[in-house]
Design a protein around this ligand. Structure first.
Ligand SMILES: [Zn+2]
Ligand SMILES: [Zn+2]
Length: 265
């Protein structure tokens, strides 16, 4: 280590310890004071349901029993109607505890949460992130971007890029128009609502041809948005698209997740 780097690290370390003393770190979920270096208090951490193997190799939904993978590692739903994307992976099951963690980033202007949440995603998505790929976030329509001032998926993608060393194309996909909430629509209505909504920005069509993509979003509920983004990416010749999200709705929790989405959108 060079002398300059040594002193830089030492000064940053002292600065961080002083900051923790003056302004102790707080739990991302409930705001309680926590030990330096942590992101959640012990009770919020214990309430989260992290997704661990065995889970479906295609959609990332955990199996209640390993035998439900039918020996293929793929759930019955994905065997019946395989998704367009290759693999989807989520850090958490989307429930009340996950909602408390994610909503401040999504709706309460807590953009600083992105770095911490991205660390959970990098850990969950290590199998997906160990191949050279471009990270592309699910885009917001510009009207929503103006209201919210930032795209939470783009912030997560940027942070995951920093953690993993993968290149990020923040504006790789464009959302052509504002869409209705999808939660209570039928499959056919969702398809109509999302028809041609997403497009790869023309500037990147050549760059992305033949490349592997990891699509980044905060929550996977119906999967329709990720599917529409995947369709747009494959249409310009991307080799494959995998999906990495912070949390995903699971069979027993879909109604709850849909309720949250509907209430906020
Ligand atoms: Zn807490
Ligand atoms: Zn599946």
């Amino acid at each position: 280590m060079s002398v300059v780097l040594f002193w830089k690290k030492a000064v940053l370390g002292i600065g961080k310890r002083m900051l923790d003393f003056v302004c102790p770190p707080t739990c991302l979920s409930c705001g309680a004071d926590i030990m330096a270096g942590g992101v959640l208090c012990s009770s919020c951490f214990a309430s989260l349901r992290f997704i661990a193997k065995p889970f479906c190799a295609r959609c990332g939904e955990p199996f209640a029993l390993p035998a439900l993978g039918f020996g293929t590692g793929v759930c019955a739903r994905c065997r019946e109607v395989p998704p367009l994307w290759g693999r989807a992976c989520a850090a958490l099951i989307y429930d009340d505890a996950a909602r408390r963690l994610i909503f401040p980033l999504k709706y309460a202007d807590r953009s600083s949460y992105a770095r911490r949440l991205a660390q959970f995603m990098v850990r969950a998505g290590r199998d997906i992130l160990n191949e050279p790929s471009y990270l592309i976030p699910v885009p917001l329509h510009r009207q929503k971007l103006r209201q919210r001032r930032y795209n939470q998926a783009a912030l997560l993608a940027r942070c995951i890029g920093k953690e993993s060393g993968m290149p990020v194309i923040i504006d790789g996909l464009l959302r052509q128009r504002h869409t209705r909430p999808l939660a209570h629509l039928t499959i056919a209505e969702r398809r109509d609502e999302l028809h041609d909504v997403f497009q790869v920005k023309e500037l990147y069509s050549d760059v992305l041809r033949g490349k592997k993509i990891v699509l980044i979003d905060d929550i996977l509920t119906t999967g329709a948005t990720a599917e529409a983004c995947t369709r747009a990416l494959l249409a310009v010749g991307c080799q494959s698209v995998d999906v990495l999200v912070m949390a995903r709705a699971c069979a027993g929790d879909v109604d709850i997740a849909v309720g949250y989405m509907y209430a906020k959108d």
